[in-house]
Design a protein around this ligand. Structure first.
Ligand SMILES: Cc1cc2nc3c(=O)[nH]c(=O)nc-3n(C[C@H](O)[C@H](O)[C@H](O)COP(=O)(O)OP(=O)(O)OC[C@H]3O[C@@H](n4cnc5c(N)ncnc54)[C@H](O)[C@@H]3O)c2cc1C
Length: 398
């Protein structure tokens, strides 16, 4: 008997929505289960400007999603990295590795809306809002998924279950997949603001012992500030008066962009590193934050999750059964190295820049100075950040 659909995707966040679209583009029938209500077309839910890498851009282009995203995105051609109290600094320029931009800052709300509307428009995708994953039972040739909406339980059969349900993935837990986890003891405070001397193609990453501070240009004078602070400080600073908070940003960052004005509300995000010990279970794969969550200091988490989707599609292409064990183990093998590389890179950045140890401080300053002066090292960092290093390591794929 044919299952109800080919794939059930749990989670209509950024990665799950993109996965649903990519799987449906393969001609597969996709059902999406999302516990929250549909997004409001106008409300601000998420103030972040998410930096999309060159590889992510290519993936969106492949599914004809880039044009509406590009319209709202600001290209970043230069990233300035500096450390408080140190003369060492590095400037990464897209032109040095032959790219137009190192990344594109896209408002997170716009990104989610674009993917959601594309999903809702697609005849091969059915989306079930306010529906929660409850359990799944894998059988030889299908998997039975139980979900719940307004106290009513529904069973759906599929060939493949895709867990895109984020950091606290219920699917992953149900499959008994353990995680390695580290809590940074910090939160990222995110706020939109304006600056009086914008450099709209330049992003700034400023490391301090209290945690990194990033200023991401959204275009014109608008920026997103991402300030990482110990949890207690972040909880207090979240409710500071806007002028008090702007003064704190100026103390930490200086006046390179002039003065900070029009500060919007601050949103707070916990900072955790987490990696699932395995990426699959019978007829189930784990992707996005459910598979691997990293510190946001290098703007890599979503880009990594989109590459999970690309690998899953590569492994499914030409297969009549996307949930068979060979597809799932091929997906897992394809993703491990990228996960380890990005997780390690972001973790070293997060830990090294906070360490008070003299030896670590010396090494870190040497590394930052070297990145400023040694072109091959600088290019290596940029290839990692753009996601292009993955293609070099894992090539050839498509
Ligand atoms: C401050 C900050 C800045 C960042 N900046 C960048 C950046 O510039 N570039 C970048 O690449 N990455 C960035 N990231 C990382 C990026 O935001 C995440 O990697 C990405 O959003 C993860 O998406 P996801 O779809 O995997 O998970 P989520 O966004 O967590 O989505 C999971 C979805 O699953 C749903 N769900 C959960 N449980 C269930 C259930 N039981 N049943 C049904 N549905 C369920 C949830 O409601 C949610 O919609 C940043 C992160 C932070 C915190």
């Amino acid at each position: 008997m044919q299952p109800d659909c080919d794939c059930v995707v749990v989670g209509a966040g950024l990665v799950g929505s993109f996965a649903a679209l990519a799987l449906a583009a393969q001609g597969l029938r996709v059902s999406v289960i999302e516990q929250r209500a549909p997004i409001d077309a106008n409300a601000v839910n998420d103030p972040r400007g998410l930096v999309l890498s060159a590889v992510s851009r290519r993936l969106f282009e492949r599914y004809h999603l880039w044009a509406p995203l590009e319209a709202a995105s600001n290209p970043i051609t230069t990233v300035r990295i500096s450390e408080r109290g140190s003369f060492g600094s590095a400037e990464l320029c897209a032109a040095e590795i032959g790219l137009d931009a190192l990344g594109w800052a896209c408002p997170a709300d716009h990104l989610l809306r674009t993917l959601t509307f594309a999903m809702l428009d697609h005849a091969g995708i059915s989306v079930h809002w306010q529906t929660r994953f409850v359990s799944a039972q894998a059988e030889a040739d299908q998997i039975l998924i139980t979900s719940e909406s307004h106290a009513t339980k529904t069973n759906t059969s599929a060939k493949l279950l895709v867990a895109a349900d984020g950091l606290d993935s219920a699917v992953r837990a149900h499959c008994g997949i353990a995680v390695d986890q580290f809590d940074y003891g910090q939160r990222a405070l995110v706020a939109n603001l304006s600056v009086s001397r914008p450099q709209s193609a330049t992003a700034f990453e400023h490391f301090t012992r209290r945690g990194p501070l990033a200023l991401i240009p959204l275009g014109g004078a608008r920026y997103v500030s991402v300030q990482c602070l110990d949890t207690a400080c972040a909880n207090a600073a979240q409710h500071d008066e806007p002028d008090v908070y702007a003064a704190m940003l100026t103390r930490r960052f200086g006046t390179r962009l002039g003065t900070f004005t029009d500060l919007g509300p601050r949103y707070s995000y916990a900072l955790t590193r987490q990696r699932a010990q395995t990426l699959y279970a019978p007829r189930t794969v784990v992707i996005g934050n459910a598979a691997n969550a990293v510190h946001p200091n290098a703007a890599q988490g979503l880009n990594l999750g989109l590459r999970d989707v690309a690998a899953l599609i590569d492994c499914c292409t030409g297969q009549t059964d996307p949930g068979k064990a060979a597809v799932l183990s091929a997906y897992s093998a394809a993703r491990r190295a990228d996960h380890v590389r990005v997780s390690t890179f972001t973790d070293v950045l997060a830990q090294a820049f906070r360490s008070p140890l003299a030896a670590v401080t010396g090494l870190r300053r040497m590394a930052l100075t070297a990145a400023g002066y040694v072109a091959p090292l600088r290019r290596r960092v940029m290839l990692e950040a753009s996601g292009l290093a993955t293609l070099a390591h894992d090539a050839p794929r498509r």
